[in-house]
Ligand binder design. Structure first.
Ligand code: RIB
Length: 316
């Protein structure tokens, strides 16, 4: 994790691509309630795509494997990936299913609720990954999440692990994981809810967050990073245990903050940054994203990070 080879390492992201339909409201509606909302935004999203775009905007070298429908959203997504400089050779097109869509509501505090119609994402199969085996072979790091079928995730993780790649799993949205897959992970990056589910530890404060990280580490994952929203992110491994505080910002929309964190974290690892340094960088990049509305519309570019560095880090 420590070497300083400046050559950009190849990153492979396997995951979902959605089109997000976002409405900004004063508050999130209760069941049966209609809230007259403010702004509407249609924006590219999906956890996998958000992570791949983050990596590209931070100058990482990234290939993205996903499946979209053979429809306007799918065609647009592929074009956008190419414009971002992402290798889209393994963006598969599904003749049977539509592209994934997410309906998102964001309240005045920036909190959201999301419903996803997975469409073609649910049809990204191990057989597709076999076609993309050359990309797994070439990659140095694999980043994946849980918005595609679990069998596909397990196949990806095990294939990459057998090829001695560093595999980072962002276990979002929360789903139970097999022990056999967990032992193949180099790093896992749950949020608070996901960490509680994996560890069985209720996170109420810093101490319980450490206990949760320790419990997940004991399941066989070398490096654990628990993201704690506005509190920051906790890193844990055999020689490191530290809560890195979040950069303080006025949140407008927290959608995709976790995706941006993960993309940035993996870019930092690909550049040979140490564990703590990589988490700090990811906290800084994701802080910028919550000051903007939308998923991919909120992701900063590397040059913006340089501007941020020249300002007071704690007050964006
Ligand atoms: O993590 C945020 C993402 O979750 C959104 O872009 C939406 O598409 C859902 O997948």
């Amino acid at each position: 994790m420590d070497d300083r080879n400046l050559e950009r390492r190849r990153i492979l992201v396997i995951g979902s691509s959605n089109t997000d339909m976002v409405i900004k409201t004063g508050h999130l509606p209760r069941p049966g309630e209609t809230v007259l909302g403010g702004k509407f935004l249609m924006n590219p999203g999906g956890k996998g795509a958000n992570q791949a775009v983050t990596i590209a905007r931070l100058d990482g070298r990234v290939t993205f494997v996903c499946k979209t429908g053979n429809d306007i959203f799918g065609h647009q997504a592929r074009l956008l990936f190419e414009e971002e400089g992402i290798d889209a050779s393994y963006v598969f097109s599904d003749a049977e299913n539509p592209s994934g869509v997410a309906l998102i509501m964001v309240d005045a505090q920036g909190e959201n609720c999301i419903a996803v119609a997975s469409g073609a994402n649910a049809n990204l199969l191990s057989s597709d990954l076999i076609k993309a085996e050359e990309a797994i072979e070439r990659a140095d790091l694999l980043l994946t999440q849980l918005e595609i079928p679990m069998e596909t995730v397990e196949f990806a993780v095990e294939t990459a692990w057998k090829k001695k790649k560093r595999v980072i799993l962002n276990p979002a949205p929360a789903r139970p994981l097999s022990f056999s897959m967990m032992r193949c992970l180099y790093m896992i990056t749950p949020n608070e809810t996901e960490a509680e589910m994996l560890s069985g530890v209720k996170i109420t404060d810093e101490e319980s967050a450490y206990q949760a990280a320790k419990a997940i580490h004991a399941l066989g994952v070398e490096n654990v990073v628990i993201t704690l929203g506005a509190k920051g992110a906790l890193g844990y491994n055999d020689s490191f245990a530290e809560l890195i505080p979040a950069t303080q910002v006025e949140a407008v929309d927290t959608t995709a903050a976790g995706d941006v964190f993960n993309g940035a974290l993996v870019v930092a690892l690909s550049e040979g940054k140490g564990f703590g340094e990589a988490i700090r960088f990811a906290c800084e990049v994701s802080a910028i994203s919550v000051t903007r509305i939308g998923a991919q519309s909120s992701i900063p570019y590397r040059k913006e990070m340089a501007i941020l560095k020249s300002r007071d880090k704690n007050h964006l």
